[in-house]
Design a protein around this ligand. Sequence first.
Ligand SMILES: Cc1cc2nc3c(=O)[nH]c(=O)nc-3n(C[C@H](O)[C@H](O)[C@H](O)COP(=O)(O)OP(=O)(O)OC[C@H]3O[C@@H](n4cnc5c(N)ncnc54)[C@H](O)[C@@H]3O)c2cc1C
Length: 400
Amino acid sequence: MRTVIVGAGQAGRRTAEALRGLDPEREILLLGAEEEPPYDRPPLSKEILLGEARPKGLMQREMNAYAAERIDLRLGVRVVAIDPSGRCATTADGTRIEYDQLVLATGAQARRLKLPGADDPRVMVLRNLDDARVLHAMLRPGLRLAVAGAGLIGLEVAAAAAQLGCAVTVLEMGPRAMVRSMPALIAERVAGWHRAAGMVLHFGCALTAITPQNTGLLLATGQGEIEADLLLVAIGAVADDALARQAGIAVADGILVDAHGRTGTPNIFAAGEVASIRQPDGRHVRFESWQVAQQQPLAVANAICGIDKPYAELPWHWTDQHGHNVQVFGAHEPGFDWIERDDGAGRFAALGLDAEGRVRGAVLIDNGRDATPVRRIIAGGQRIDRERLSDVSVGLRLLC
Ligand SMILES: Cc1cc2nc3c(=O)[nH]c(=O)nc-3n(C[C@H](O)[C@H](O)[C@H](O)COP(=O)(O)OP(=O)(O)OC[C@H]3O[C@@H](n4cnc5c(N)ncnc54)[C@H](O)[C@@H]3O)c2cc1C
C-alpha cells in the first residue's frame, strides 16, 4: 500500500505519523511545496516576531526522524494535478506518482487585498516561516505599522510589534475585534489591552485605497487617511483546494469531507485546515485552528487503515496577546448569556449559556487550570444552576 500525502505542514506530518503508528509496512510519501520541514504555525505570529529563531513548538521533529520512521519526506515538491481515476499525482517537474490512497493536506493561503497598490513590497501577509522572518526583520522601534484586520493573527502581530516599539494602528472593517473567534465581551477586554499599550484601533473602518509613496504608504479608509511604513494584511485565509476542484472533488470553501476525512471520491481524503468537515447537524465547517490540524488527521489515518474513529473533538483555540493567554472552548453564539468568574488572582473564566441554560462555550484568560473542567462541563451538556456557576468560591472542578 502506498499513501501519498500532499502538503507537508502540521496536518500532513500528523497524518504521516499516525499512519506509520498504525501500519509499519505501508509506503508513506509526504510531499511539501515549502523548502522547510513540517512546522507548526502558531509561533510565527508570536515568538518568531519577537526574535526567537527556533521556538519550542515550531518544529515538532528533526529531519532525520522522518527517515527513521520511513516517511519519505520530499520538500520543495509541488503537486500540480491529481488524477483520481488513474490514482496518480503529478508534480511540477512532471513526475507522476501513483497512490493507493491520497491525502490532501494543502492548508490555506493568506487572503490578499484586491486593491491597487496592494502589490507594493511594503504590503505583507503572514502565513509561512519566510513571511515571519521578513516581518521580524522589519519591525523596529518607531516603525509605523498598519494592520488591516483585527482577527487573531492581526492582533497577535499588532501586540508583538507594539512590544518591539512600533507605532501600531489597526483597521477593522467589522464593528469589533475577533468577530469570528471570540465573544464580544472578551474581544472588548482584549481591545483594552491593545489600547493600554498605546495602539490605535479603528472599527467599522474599511481600507479603500493604497497609494505607495517614497516616504511610506498612504492608506485611504472610510474614516480618513493614514500614513504607514508597512501594512500587514490579516484578513483571513483561503483554503488551498485548487487540486481537488480541478479533479472534480466536491469543494465549498475547503474540501468537503465526512468526520473520517473522506471526500466523496474513492481513496481521496483531506486533512487539516483545507478540510471542511461535516458536523453532526449536517453543516460543513472549515477550522483555521491548530487543534484540527493536530487531531483530525488521526481520524484520516484510522479511516485509511479501516478503523472507525471519527473526528469529534470539542472546538478549542487560543491566542497570546500582550502577555495574556486566551483559550476559547466550544461555541460562542450572539444569543448566549455569559457568566463571568474572576478569582481576583488574575485567572478569569466566562461561561456561555444557551437559551436552555446549558453551558455551550467558555473562554479562559490566564487560566489553564480550568481547561479540563470547562471541557467536561460543555461536553456533559448539563444545565448548571446560574448562581453556582457565578460563585467563584465554588471551583469549576466541582461542577463537572
Ligand atoms: C501566523 C499563524 C498563527 C497561528 N496561530 C494559531 C494559534 O495561536 N492557535 C491556533 O489554534 N491556531 C493558530 N493558527 C492556525 C493553525 O496553525 C493552522 O490552521 C495550521 O497551520 C493548519 O495546518 P495545515 O497543515 O492544515 O495547513 P498548513 O500549515 O497551511 O500546511 C499546508 C502545507 O501544504 C503545502 N502545500 C499546499 N499546496 C501544495 C501542493 N500543491 N503540493 C505540495 N504542498 C502543498 C503548503 O506549502 C503548506 O506547507 C495560526 C496560523 C497562522 C498562519
